[in-house]
Design a protein around this ligand. Structure first.
Ligand code: COA
Length: 319
């Protein structure tokens, strides 16, 4: 399976660190030093579906394919506008991908990677010949804008890729892992139980996070999963041209690079401009690299996502 086109879409409104100092007790210096983030895009009405649809249209255009040709449409999101229908069906309607089977997948910040691997399984089995895969988030609606520990981290946006079966190259190896025992480290409620029979109970309305635990988990597990995926692909760290990682935090990425003994120049980043966009992070970065002409045919990429669940994994692919 090969990626043949990429696309992305970000809300128009940009919110700088300086802007956030008007909401919470923080500073540009603190945010930049601890996270590497300088600004992020925040929805003023764009939804997970509208952003994903725009990203998908651009990915189709980039791939030179028509929406009606799409056979599988997967959307990874943990911040859908609607519980029903799923975001993928909304995207199907907005893009005109009328022949696709469409459904959502939620694995938080590893969502896009898990969706990519899911598409790979379907395409390898010969069930579908192509797939359009989006990662899309409007995290600004599940973040507590009075909590300086979390509201500074996240941004909204969407990225998408078009993939097709191919004879050689493409996906060379992948791994995925989940550790549900540690779900409390990064969590958010969906909707409260409001039926007439329930008793009083606490409801977690906004994202709650143990930042240090998440940090330690990422720096330990991500390099291990990249090495595991490389082993499956029969490759070494030195064979990787670019590490396209989930954009959570500059210091996390630097820690991963150190553990892999790989130069930081091989770890492209855009989190300074977009923050942590959960499942949208990897496809948005891929699209930026693609449009900048930095992805050359034959290059080896290591993609890795990690986040709430806990979920994490890696995919090695030849561009
Ligand atoms: N501005 C200023 N001060 C802040 C702040 C902010 N936005 N957020 C927290 N602080 C304060 C804390 O209140 C604390 O103050 P205290 O010492 O007086 O109690 C101090 O800074 C240190 O807080 P702590 O949470 O220990 O900081 P940290 O060094 O762990 O950095 C994170 C916090 C969130 C940046 C860091 O833990 C992190 O990046 N974790 C990973 C988070 C992540 O990427 N999550 C998503 C993964 S998909």
């Amino acid at each position: 399976m090969k990626i043949i086109g990429t696309g992305s879409a970000l809300p128009d409104k940009q919110v700088s660190n300086e802007d956030l100092t008007k909401l919470v007790d923080t500073s540009d210096e603190w945010i930049r030093e601890r996270t590497g983030i300088g600004s992020r895009h925040i929805s003023t009405g764009e939804t997970a579906a509208s952003l994903a649809a725009e990203a998908c249209k651009r990915a189709l255009e980039n791939a030179g394919r028509e929406a009606v040709q799409v056979e599988l449409l997967l959307v990874a999101t943990c911040s859908p506008e609607m519980a029903l229908p799923c975001t993928a069906c909304q995207v199907q309607e907005l893009t005109g991908a009328e022949n696709a089977v469409a459904f959502d997948l939620n694995a938080a910040c590893a969502g896009f990677l898990f969706a990519l691997n899911t598409a790979y399984a379907y395409l390898s089995a010969g069930i579908y010949r192509n797939a359009l895969i989006a990662g899309t988030e409007v995290l600004s609606k599940i973040v507590d804008w009075t909590d300086r520990g979390t509201c500074i981290l996240f941004g909204d946006g969407a990225g998408a890729v078009m993939v097709e079966q191919c004879g050689s190259g493409g996906v060379l190896g992948f791994v995925q892992h989940s550790d549900g025992r540690r779900g409390n480290v990064l969590a958010c409620g969906s909707r409260p139980l409001e039926n007439p029979y329930h008793g009083e109970r606490d409801f977690m309305r906004y994202v709650q996070m143990d930042g240090r635990e998440v940090f330690a988990f990422a720096v330990r597990q991500v390099p291990a999963s990249i090495e595991e995926a490389l082993e499956k692909a029969g490759l070494e760290v030195e064979d990787v041209d670019l590490f396209v990682l989930h954009q959570a935090n500059r210091r996390i990425i630097e820690g991963i690079a150190r553990r892999l003994k790989a130069d930081i120049s091989r770890f492209p980043m855009n989190l300074d401009r977009v923050g942590n966009m959960s499942s949208a992070a990897i496809p948005v970065l891929l699209d930026e690299l693609n449009r900048q002409g930095r992805l050359i045919p034959g290059m080896t990429l290591a993609l890795s996502g990690f986040g709430a669940g806990l979920t994490y994994g890696a995919c090695i692919l030849q561009w």
